[in-house]
Ligand binder design. Structure first.
Ligand SMILES: Nc1ncnc2c1ncn2[C@@H]1O[C@H](COP(=O)(O)OP(=O)(O)O)[C@@H](O)[C@H]1O
Ligand SMILES: [Mg+2]
Length: 280
């Protein structure tokens, strides 16, 4: 199976603004990748190029092996825009009917039932958009993006407008997508979202990828936090392998050891270091 997404040396210029300055990114089938970066970093631009809404200025983007923007690439994609709005007067069910038509999905009522169930809107299928909370609309948005069984789901800031409970629901929904082996590119300027659900994180800053990797690769070990009768202290530059020796030495020195904890820098610290920006 080809990767769900590949970009190579992807460039986008809007007049004098360089939104993407050569981005190489790959997402494996079924992988959940967080694209993290401050506002203006280029996250939405990258997503729109992958969707075929915006044309790149250079480099390439492929979806499941097909050129971004091509018919087969479009068919493999589900997209939820950052600030979407559904027609107020439609019910949840009607929104899905509309999108099935737009996506030429033949899934019919079975697909709608399945998707409404997946996002927890079965009982709200007749509720109009105008009567829905933000969180319900966002879940409907995810259901809409899943119409036609895409292989790659592109979510642009799906939780930024939600309260903590709504965010949590979307996170749980993303976890459920794993079972369906749908690859996800999740754009966010919110670290916690990405930290909690993604397999891998790519950090974008001024149109460049400044880091990419699994969470434990982006965060680094800061040492051991040791609590003894003398108090709590951080011993730097030591890892798990040195713990037994360290404890023996402390005990030999007459200290009572209450706890030893490995401390890693957080993704937030890595983000701040790499982008030099405020991790709102
Ligand atoms: N349609 C556009 N015309 C001109 N400049 C744009 C356009 N869209 C985005 N930009 C600029 O490109 C850069 C990246 O924007 P964007 O991709 O929206 O970043 P993000 O989604 O990470 O906040 C910003 O400097 C933004 O002002
Ligand atoms: Mg954006």
């Amino acid at each position: 199976m080809p990767p769900a997404l590949t970009t190579r040396a992807l460039v986008k210029r809007y007049g004098r603004t360089t939104a993407l300055a050569g981005v190489d990114l790959e997402i494996a089938p079924g992988e959940l990748v967080g694209l993290l970066g401050p506002n203006g970093a280029g996250k939405s631009t990258l997503t729109k190029i992958v969707c075929g809404i915006v044309r790149s200025s250079g480099g390439e983007a492929k979806v499941c092996g097909a050129r971004a923007g091509s018919r087969s690439a479009r068919a493999a994609i589900g997209y939820l825009a950052e600030l979407f709005r559904f027609p107020d007067w439609l019910s949840a069910e009607e929104v899905l009917v509309l999108h099935q038509r737009l996506a030429s999905s033949r899934g019919g009522a079975d697909e709608r039932r399945d998707l409404l169930g997946l996002v927890g809107l079965t009982d709200a299928r007749r509720v109009r958009v105008s009567a829905m909370s933000k969180g319900m609309q966002q879940r409907l948005g995810v259901a809409q993006a899943l119409v036609g069984r895409p292989r790659l789901l592109l979510l642009d800031e799906p939780t930024s407008a939600l309260d903590p409970a709504g965010r949590r629901t979307v996170r749980e929904l993303l976890e459920r997508l794993r079972e369906r082996e749908i690859a996800v590119l999740l754009n966010s300027h919110l670290l916690s979202e990405v930290e909690l659900v993604c397999d891998r994180v790519a950090i974008l800053s001024h149109g460049r990828l400044v880091a990419a990797g699994a969470m434990n690769e982006l965060t680094r070990s800061r040492g051991l936090e040791v609590e003894t009768s003398a108090g709590v202290r951080l011993i730097e530059d030591v890892g798990r392998a040195q713990v037994p020796q360290l404890v023996r030495e402390l005990v030999a020195a007459g200290e009572d050891v209450f706890s030893v904890r490995l401390v890693r820098s957080t993704l937030e610290e890595a983000f701040l270091e790499l982008t030099g920006s405020d991790a709102a």
